[in-house]
Write a protein that binds this ligand. Structure first.
Ligand code: ATP
Length: 577
C-alpha cells in the first residue's frame, strides 16, 4: 500500500500461538517423567509440523494463485453485500465484554495500517467521535484468510471507508494507540465501500496539528504537507498546514479529532443556551435573513437583486426580536445566521456568523435582563468543563489553554464603562493613561482591561455596563440619571467582547428624537418602519442582547481564531467550501 504508516507502537494481539498437546502418564515416577519428556518432544514436533504445514499451505495457495478467501474481501458491490453472512452490527462506543468471541460487523475508516511480513496486517479502524480500534488479520492454514487477503487489507488506502466483519477478542495488552484499547477485531471479511485516493491532500496527522497561518491569501500548500501521509512517531516532526490548506481539504479538516471536538462543544453551547432560556419562559423564533431595508443605517450590509428590487442580508435580528416583544411575547430568543459586509480580515471576524439573540420585557430595571444574560453565559461556561471534559482535553492537546477562570457565585464582576476606563488609566499600560469615559474602547484597550480584571478579580468573564451614548446605536436607552451614558452593556470572555446588549427605547417620540440627535433621518428606509412598530401599539419596556456563538466557543477554548469554531467560515476572501 502506498502510504500506510507503521503505527507508533508494535500492536499487541491475542492471535493465539500454535500449541502442543499434553502427554499421558505412566505407572511409576520414573516412567512418568520419561513419558512426560517424550510427550513434550512429540508435542513440539507436532507443533513444528503444524506450523510448517501452515506455511506450506499458504505458500502453495499463493504460488498456485488459489485464493480460498476471494469472496471475503475486495471492493464492495451489491453482490458482496448480498452474500455477506448476517452479523451483529456494532458501534465502537458500545463495544463490551458481551461481544467477546462474537462475530460483529462495523463500517469505519482505515486510519492506519501496517503489514507484518506476508501473513499478518494490523489496521486502525475509526468511527465518528474518534473512536478507534485495532484490527488484526492473519493468514490461516485452511486459506479462509489468505495471504492475498492480508496483502489486500494492508494495502487499502488510508481514509478509505470499509465494511468489516470480525471476531471480537481481548488483546494480550491494552492497545494504547486506540481509543478502544481493551478489545481488538480479528478480521474475517473486509470490503472497501469507498476508496480514498492513494495520496491524500492533507493527512489526518497534519489535520490534527495546530493551524500554522490564518491568512486567506497565503500560498495554498506548504512544502511536504501534501506528500506526507504517514504520521511519524515524533509528533513534532509532523508539519503544520495553513487554514487555506485545511479549508481546501475540508473533509480531512473535519475528520480531525480536534475539529470534531470543537464542533461537539459548539453543539453543547447551543443546547445549554437554549435549555437555560426555555426553562425561564423564553420562546424561540426565527427572524428573516432577507430584509427589504438595511436595518442599521445601511453600512456593512450585503445587497442582492430581489426581483425588480434590491434586498439585503440581515446584520442582526435586533428589530425582529423587538417586533416579537411588541407583538405580545414576554421573552424570546433566536439562533441563526447573521451577515456583516465588513472587510475585516481578523481572527475575530467573519462575514457570516451564528448570532444568539434574546429579548425580554422588563418590569422595573434593565438589570433584570442583564441577570438573565449574565446567567445564561455563566451557565454555559460553568457547565462546559464537566459536560465536555473529553472534548476540551482533545482541543487543549492541539491548542493549549489555561482553565477558564470563573467568579464564585455571587461574586460576578460588573464594572461600569467609566470604572473600566479608570482602572485602565490608573493601572493599565502607559498608552492608556488618558482614555476617555465618553469614547468607545479599542480592541487593545479591551484586552488590557481584561488582563487587569483577571489579575484583580480572578475571572475571565465580566460585564461592562453603562456604555457612553456615543458608542451605542440609536435604539439604546439613555440612562435617565445621566444621559451621557446608556443602559447598555458588553460581556467579555478572555479579554474579548462576545456580547452587546441593553435596554431599547420603547417610546416612539423619544426614539425619533434620539434618531435625529444621531444625525439620521427618521423618514429614511428601514428607520421609518422601525419607529412605526412603536407607533402601532403600546410596546412594553424591554431589553436584550446578541452574542456570537462562534466567538463564545473560540474564546472559551482560547482558539487562535474564530474561524476554527465555525463549520464553514466565511471571510471577505473565502466563500467556499
Ligand atoms: P466587533 O466590534 O468585534 O466587530 P460588534 O460590536 O460589531 O463586534 P455586535 O454588532 O455588537 O458586534 O454583535 C454582537 C456580537 O456578535 C459580538 O459581541 C460578537 O460576539 C458577534 N459578532 C459581531 N460581529 C462579528 C463578526 N464579524 N464575526 C463573528 N462574530 C461577530
Amino acid at each position: 500500500m502506498a502510504d500506510a504508516a507503521p503505527p507508533a507502537e508494535t500492536p499487541v494481539t491475542a492471535v493465539p500461538p500454535v500449541e502442543g498437546e499434553a502427554g499421558e502418564a505412566g505407572p511409576s515416577k520414573k516412567a512418568l517423567k520419561k513419558a512426560e519428556a517424550k510427550a513434550k518432544k512429540e508435542a513440539e514436533k507436532a507443533a513444528r509440523q503444524k506450523a510448517a504445514a501452515e506455511r506450506e499451505a499458504v505458500a502453495k495457495a499463493a504460488s498456485q494463485g488459489e485464493d480460498n478467501a476471494k469472496d471475503s474481501y475486495g471492493p464492495e458491490t451489491q453482490e458482496t453485500i448480498e452474500k455477506l453472512p448476517a452479523a451483529l452490527e456494532i458501534n465502537l462506543k458500545t463495544l463490551g465484554d458481551e461481544h467477546i468471541g462474537k462475530t460483529v460487523e462495523l463500517r469505519a475508516w482505515i486510519q492506519n495500517s501496517r503489514l507484518q511480513g506476508a501473513k499478518m496486517a494490523f489496521v486502525e479502524l475509526r468511527e465518528e467521535g474518534n473512536w478507534t480500534i485495532q484490527g488484526v488479520i492473519a493468514a490461516n492454514a485452511d486459506g479462509t484468510i489468505s495471504k492475498q487477503m492480508v496483502k489486500f487489507v494492508g494495502a487499502i488506502n488510508l481514509e478509505s471507508f470499509v465494511r468489516v466483519q470480525a471476531t471480537v477478542e481481548k488483546p494480550l495488552e491494552p492497545v494504547k494507540s486506540c481509543k478502544v484499547s481493551n478489545y481488538e477485531l480479528h478480521l474475517t471479511k473486509v470490503f472497501v465501500i469507498a476508496a480514498a485516493p492513494q495520496m491524500l491532500g492533507m493527512n489526518l496527522a497534519v489535520a490534527n496539528r495546530p493551524i500554522a497561518n490564518f491568512t486567506d491569501e497565503e500560498a495554498p500548500v506548504e512544502e511536504g504537507v501534501e506528500k506526507l501521509s504517514i504520521a511519524p512517531a515524533d509528533e513534532l516532526a509532523i508539519p503544520t498546514a495553513t487554514m487555506l490548506t485545511h479549508l481546501d481539504n475540508i473533509v480531512m479538516h473535519k475528520r480531525s479529532a480536534v475539529q470534531q471536538a470543537i464542533a461537539d462543544i459548539r453543539i453543547e453551547v447551543k443546547h445549554l443556551y437554549r435549555s437555560y432560556l426555555r426553562d425561564r419562559g423564553f420562546k424561540e423564533f426565527e427572524p428573516p435573513c432577507l430584509i427589504g431595508a438595511a436595518s442599521e443605517g445601511g453600512a456593512n450590509v450585503f445587497r442582492l437583486p430581489y426581483f425588480e428590487k434590491e434586498a439585503f442580508l440581515a446584520q442582526s435580528p435586533q428589530f425582529y426580536k423587538q417586533i416579537e416583544v411588541a407583538g405580545g411575547r414576554k421573552r424570546v430568543f433566536s439562533i441563526g445566521p447573521v451577515f456583516r459586509a465588513e472587510n475585516s480580515n481578523t481572527p475575530r471576524h467573519m462575514t457570516e456568523f451564528t448570532g444568539m439573540d434574546l429579548e425580554m420585557e422588563i418590569n422595573k430595571h434593565y438589570h433584570e435582563a442583564l441577570d438573565i444574560i449574565e446567567g445564561v453565559l455563566l451557565h454555559i461556561l460553568r457547565s462546559l468543563p464537566e459536560r465536555c471534559a473529553e472534548e476540551i482535553a482533545i482541543v487543549r492537546s492541539v491548542y493549549p489553554s489555561e482553565d477558564f477562570l470563573l467568579p464564585e457565585p455571587g461574586k460576578e464582576v460588573r464594572l461600569t464603562f467609566a470604572e473600566g476606563q479608570k482602572l485602565l488609566r490608573e493601572e493599565g499600560p502607559e498608552e492608556f493613561r488618558n482614555v476617555s469615559d465618553f469614547e468607545d474602547m479599542s480592541t487593545p484597550q479591551e484586552k488590557a482591561l481584561g488582563a487587569l480584571v483577571r489579575k484583580k478579580f480572578g475571572t475571565d468573564f465580566y460585564v461592562l455596563d453603562k456604555f457612553p451614548s456615543e458608542a451605542r446605536p440609536f435604539y439604546a436607552k439613555e440612562d435617565p440619571e445621566n444621559p451621557a451614558v446608556t443602559n447598555a452593556f458588553d460581556c467579555f470572555l478572555r479579554n474579548q467582547e462576545v456580547l452587546s446588549g441593553g435596554q431599547r427605547i420603547n417610546d416612539p417620540v423619544e426614539l425619533e428624537k434620539r434618531i435625529r440627535s444621531k444625525g439620521v433621518d427618521p423618514e429614511s428606509p428601514g428607520i421609518k418602519e422601525y419607529i412605526d412598530i412603536f407607533r402601532q401599539a403600546g410596546v412594553p419596556p424591554h431589553a436584550g442582547a446578541g452574542f456570537g456563538l462562534d466567538r463564545v466557543v473560540a474564546w472559551f477554548l482560547n482558539l487562535p481564531s474564530v474561524h476554527l469554531a465555525a463549520y464553514f467560515p466565511r471571510t471577505p476572501k473565502r466563500l467556499s467550501p
